[in-house]
Design a protein around this ligand. Structure first.
Ligand SMILES: [Ca+2]
Ligand SMILES: [Ca+2]
Ligand SMILES: [Ca+2]
Ligand SMILES: [Ca+2]
Length: 330
């Protein structure tokens, strides 16, 4: 069996993820979906049931054979942290960090730490033609690239410059791993998450007047949505009502920066909200809890409760149908 786990990636590092920039919950969603193998590479229903049963016992901390909102929230946080960490490690290693003496705010003396420099990042992320345009050696309009995403690389590059500045707290133009985390996942830290709002405004506000109209919003959502999402006959109506009902808080027909902020950096706990939504959607007997049966009946819906670790271990068992025992940090 081929390794079914594939790289978890986000729109920033080594990756080719330039089809559009998603925001906020979408980023989360994308990251979480990326750990689920495509259906053709998933194990059969019975094995998925085995995995879900095993996950169930791990979520059910108080061992009452039921999952409550808090247990589910804690699990979702855990899966999320695992994904972020794995993604950071993967990207960090890709850039082949170099040991340098760095000064931090914490101590007076420099410390030897692994670092990634801006040049290293640049050279290992962007094709040479992009770097030439960036350096002014070539003009964008003169570049004959077969890659339809070429202009997007330039947008990404400009964005990377801004993100780097924010992530590089001690301003020495190299990132230590903690700084690199803010660079790749600015949404994960208080220090850097505000940049998501600027990036979203930049993406959506095509006429650059500082506000996002419904048209601008719809155009953006069309650009970043998958074909199958757009095939949904209610797609347009859903987008429109999302905009009018939830996002445009002051009902003036446009989204200002504050409204983008509330959308992308909400002050509620995302994992708690997701746990509540999951319970609401699958709680057949309406006791505000999930039992094993409710999880298994909705197995496809709960695939993202299965950590990457499990999928991977399954893939490594070859053609056998026995699931290996899980003995790790979960
Ligand atoms: Ca329980
Ligand atoms: Ca630094
Ligand atoms: Ca606008
Ligand atoms: Ca508004």
């Amino acid at each position: 069996m081929t390794r079914l786990f594939y790289l978890v990636f986000m729109c920033f590092g080594m990756i080719n993820c330039h089809e559009g920039h998603r925001h906020g919950d979408d980023i989360d969603q994308q990251l979480h979906d990326s750990q689920i193998p495509p259906p053709s590479q998933q194990p059969g229903k019975e094995d998925i049931a085995l995995m879900l049963n095993e996950v169930f016992t791990l979520i059910d901390k108080n061992d009452d054979k039921l999952i409550n909102g808090n247990e589910l929230k804690v699990w979702l946080e855990r899966v999320h942290r695992g994904l972020i960490e794995e993604n950071i490690n993967q990207q960090w290693n890709y850039y082949i960090p170099e040991i340098l003496e760095v000064h931090s705010w914490d101590t007076y003396d420099p410390e030897k730490k692994e670092t990634v420099s801006w040049d290293q990042y640049l050279n290992m992320t962007y094709p040479e033609e992009v770097i030439k345009v960036i350096n002014g050696t070539d003009k964008l309009e003169d570049v004959k690239s077969d890659d339809p995403n070429f202009p997007n690389y330039i947008v990404m590059y400009r964005r990377a410059v801004k993100r780097w500045k924010i992530a590089d707290k001690n301003n020495d133009n190299v990132l230590v791993k903690e700084e690199f985390k803010d660079f790749i996942h600015p949404e994960e830290s208080e220090h850097s998450k505000h940049i998501l709002v600027d990036e979203a405004m930049e993406d959506m506000d095509t006429d650059k007047n500082g506000e996002v109209t419904l048209d601008e919003y719809i155009k953006h959502m069309t650009d970043v949505s998958q074909e199958e999402e757009k095939e949904d006959p209610n797609f347009w109506q859903n987008q429109q009502s999302q905009f009018a009902t939830y996002l445009d808080k002051n009902k003036d027909g446009v989204l200002n920066k504050q409204e983008l902020n509330e959308w992308l950096i909400p002050d509620y706990d995302r994992h708690e909200a997701e746990a509540m939504r999951m319970i609401h959607d699958a709680d057949n007997n309406a006791d505000q809890l999930l039992n094993q049966d409710e999880i298994l009946k909705n197995d496809e819906y709960f695939l993202n409760l299965i950590p990457a670790e499990f999928w991977r271990r399954y893939a490594q068992t070859d053609e056998t149908t026995t699931l290996p025992t899980v003995h790790d940090e979960f």
